[in-house]
Ligand binder design. Sequence first.
Ligand code: FDA
Length: 398
Amino acid sequence: MSQEFDVAVIGAGAAGMMCAAVAGQRGKRVVLIDHATRLAEKIRISGGGRCNFTNLDAGPSNYLSENPHFCRSALSRYTARDFIDLVKRHRIPFHEKHKGQLFCDDSAEDIIAMLKAECDAGKVAWRMPCKVEAIGKSGESYRVDTDAGEILAKSVVIASGGLSIPKIGATDFAYRIARQFDLKLIEPRPALVPLTFGASEWQPFVPLAGIALEVEIETGEKKSRGYFLEDLLFTHRGLSGPAVLQISSYWQPNTALTINLAPQENLTEALLQAKAGSKKNLANTLAQWLPARLADSWLQVQGMKGEARLADLPDKQLRQLGESLNRWRITPDGTEGYKKAEVTRGGIDTRELSQQTMMANKMPGLYFIGEAVDVTGWLGGYNFQWAWSSGVAAGQAV
Ligand code: FDA
């Protein structure tokens, strides 16, 4: 016996719950299906357990996509303010951390409970844990074969996310369904992920592990250029911290990053000025602008002696040193992969979807939302905002 619904949403994560709640509250009969045993695990672990649920400044320029304009419509019709109003209606305490990033005061569980309550208000039916075995057409409807029986629905919304963190249930389901219905994909890649370096290339920098500082970081050119002023963390294996997570989304294999380790200072000029009449040694001079441990280790990497008197060093050497710190160029050999990536960039090609409704142009009734789509936000609450906005767009259209 098949069960009939107006809408079947596959994936009860951020986007799927939002979409199901909106559609349910419009009076649609909605079923929400997820294969996981625990609800919305990614929301639970997000933002260090406090869920950075949106960003006050979220706008199209904070997203990467082959079509950077695609996200504009959904983001402008359901904004960060709209989500904040919802959070306030549920009396969830929150605060701004920095750069417009909003976090729960207590726990990400508050956001999960809120979305669950919104789904309940829309009388959403749950199938969880429940495996989807296949999706096919059945006349005007879609047939969803699950291990709990067959479901017939006029609309199917794919909200099964990207490939990041497979151990909590991420799958390539959305991409398989896209291929099945002949929809194009933009190659998925790990994003917001630490970058790695060849062991021998990284060897000289291993003593820097643990050092954190604000840097300017950039990569790419013209349209695909990424630039951030953020904190960088040296690790034993490579670079991490917000600066590197942000730039990783723009990084292309075999290309270099340019890092300014002292963004507030032109070190070439500063060193040459300091040289005049200075009795200081090189390490102490550099330590005015850089963490002392970084200054010491950097001089070793450059084969320079920290105790050398500044006045004794040729201008050329000081210029090279200044340049090496203000424009450090280094080429990663890869990323730490989906195991560590916060998100997946790429996904369903937005040219296949309506930007108003998220429906596939050539498959009426089939929708894709959230991280499955080729729209990837910066670090800082932007990815959840895309999940909410795209979820609402589809929830209002199904
Ligand atoms: P999401 O991954 O949330 O949900 C997909 C759902 O589909 C899951 O419940 C999964 O079980 C289910 N599913 C998958 N395959 C299925 C199948 N075959 N059958 C049935 N169900 C299936 N973003 C942000 O803005 N602020 C933050 O603080 C953070 N922090 C953060 C920390 C960490 C560690 C990670 C990994 C990620 C973040 N993110 C984030 C990113 C954010 O979590 C992510 O972008 C959204 O959860 C995406 O929402 P979706 O609903 O698209 O997918």
